[in-house]
Design a binder for this molecule. Structure first.
Ligand code: 5MM
Length: 361
C-alpha cells in the first residue's frame, strides 16, 4: 500500500506536466465538497434512464429524458445544496424548452457541471459474472471537447460484484488500472476525476464480507492511482457505503454501517484526497441520508476528508415517481427533489433527522 505522504511528496506537476493547472484542479475538487453540499448524479445512460421511465409508464424518448432533466436543472435554489451535477453525453448537448443550453443553466444556478465519460461496464473476458468498464480509447479527445463545453469534472464508474469466488484479483486490478488511467487523463485535461469503484449491493454477502472486499478494492485502486501519477489532492473518491448484501439475512443498523464504512476507508484512503462523495447504490432515500448523517456525526472530527454525497436515485427517485412524465407535476416534483438535496446537506452537518421527512422542511 502506498504511504500517504509519499504520493503527495512525489508529485512534481510543474516540472513534469507544465500545462496542467494543478491549483485549479485542487480548487475545483475542494469546491465540489465545500459548504456541506454534494453532487447530484443525473448521468444515467439512456438504457438506465429508459428502464427507470418504463417502470413508471413514462415514454422512453429523447424528449421525455430532456423534459425530465430540465425539471431537475430548473429546480429553484438547487445550488444551495448541490455543488456539482454529473451529466450524460446526451444531456450535456440538450437545452431547455426556452433554448437555454442545460450547461449554461447549470452554471447560472451556481452548480459545477461534470460529465460521465465511461461507456459502460461490459462482461469481462475470462471472468464469468464480472464486469470491466470501457471508454479509454479516444478519451483524451472527448475530454477536450467536454472541457470546451464547460465541464469542470468527469466521472467513471467501475462495477465490482460479490459472489461465490468473486470478485477475482483479475477484475479488481483491471478496473483499478482503468480508473487510474482515466483519472490521469482527466487531470492532464484540467478536469477533476470522480473515481467511482462501486461494489454492488446485490447478493447474500454479510457486512463483514463487503468490508473486506471494499478494503481490497480501495487498496488496489490507490496503488494504481499512485502508479499512474494521479494527484490525490485533485480528485474525489465516489465509493459505496459498506453494507450487507440486499438478500443477506442479517441486515445492519445505521450506526453499524457508519462504523464499518469509516473504519475501512480510514485504512485505505490517503488523507490527501479532499473528499469522499458516497453513491447511494439503490438504498432508500431516507436510509442513505440517515447513514451519511451517522458518518458525519460520529467521524467528522476524525475524518481527514469531507464526507459528502454523490447520490443519483437517493435524490431523484421520489421526484421521478411524482413527476410521472406530466407537466402538471413539475413543480411538486421539484419541491421533493429540493427536499432530498436539503436532507443530504443536513446529513453532512450531522443535523438530519426523521422529523425532516415528516415536515418536508
Ligand atoms: C452507482 O450509480 C451512480 C450513483 O447513482 P446512485 O446514487 O443511484 O447509485 C450513478 O452516477 C451511475 O454511475 C449513473 O447513473 C450511470 O449509470 P449507468 O448504469 O447508466 O451507466
Amino acid at each position: 500500500m502506498v504511504g500517504r505522504s509519499v504520493a503527495a511528496e512525489n508529485w512534481q506537476p510543474e516540472m513534469e506536466q507544465p500545462e496542467m493547472n494543478v491549483q485549479k484542479l485542487i480548487e475545483t475538487a475542494k469546491m465540489l465538497v465545500a459548504d456541506n453540499k454534494g453532487l447530484l448524479a443525473m448521468d444515467e445512460s439512456n438504457p438506465t434512464c429508459n428502464k427507470r421511465f418504463a417502470k413508471l409508464g413514462i415514454p422512453q424518448t429523447e424528449e421525455a429524458r430532456r423534459a425530465y432533466r430540465e425539471l431537475i436543472i430548473t429546480t429553484p435554489s438547487l445550488g444551495e445544496y448541490i455543488s456539482g451535477a454529473i451529466l450524460y453525453d446526451e444531456t450535456i448537448h440538450q437545452q431547455q424548452r426556452n433554448g437555454i443550453p442545460f450547461i449554461k443553466a447549470i452554471i447560472n444556478g451556481g452548480i459545477i457541471p461534470g460529465i460521465k465519460v465511461d461507456i459502460g461496464a461490459k462482461d469481462m473476458a475470462g471472468h464469468p459474472g464480472e464486469k470491466i468498464t470501457e471508454g479509454l480509447d479516444g478519451l483524451r479527445d472527448r475530454l477536450q471537447k467536454y472541457l470546451q463545453m464547460g465541464a469542470r469534472f468527469a466521472k467513471w464508474r467501475a462495477v465490482i460484484t460479490i459472489g461465490v469466488d468473486i470478485p477475482s484479483r483479475g477484475c479488481i486490478e483491471a478496473n483499478a488500472q482503468s480508473l487510474a488511467r482515466y483519472a490521469a487523463l482527466c487531470q492532464e485535461a484540467g478536469l477533476v476525476p470522480i473515481v467511482e469503484p462501486e461494489v454492488l449491493m446485490d447478493g447474500v454477502h454479510t457486512l463483514s464480507r463487503c468490508s473486506e472486499v471494499i478494503e481490497e478494492v480501495l487498496q488496489t485502486l490507490f496503488n494504481q492511482l499512485y502508479t499512474q501519477r494521479v494527484m490525490l489532492e485533485g480528485m474525489i473518491l465516489k465509493p459505496n457505503m459498506v453494507l450487507p448484501g440486499l438478500t443477506c439475512s442479517q441486515q445492519a443498523s445505521v450506526d453499524e454501517v457508519a462504523d464499518a464504512t469509516l473504519n475501512r476507508l480510514l485504512r485505505a484512503v490517503p488523507a490527501a484526497v479532499p473528499g469522499i462523495a458516497f453513491l447511494s447504490g439503490g438504498q432508500s432515500a431516507e436510509l442513505a441520508s440517515a447513514r451519511l448523517n451517522a458518518m458525519n456525526l460520529k467521524f467528522k472530527l476524525r475524518s481527514p476528508w469531507a464526507l459528502a454525497f454523490s447520490f443519483g436515485r437517493a435524490i431523484q427517485q421520489p421526484a421521478l415517481e411524482l413527476w410521472q412524465g406530466q407537466e402538471a407535476n413539475v413543480s411538486k416534483a421539484q419541491q421533493v427533489l429540493l427536499h432530498r438535496a436539503k436532507c443530504n446537506w443536513a446529513a453532512r452537518r450531522g443535523e438530519y433527522n426523521a422529523r425532516m421527512e415528516e415536515t418536508g422542511a
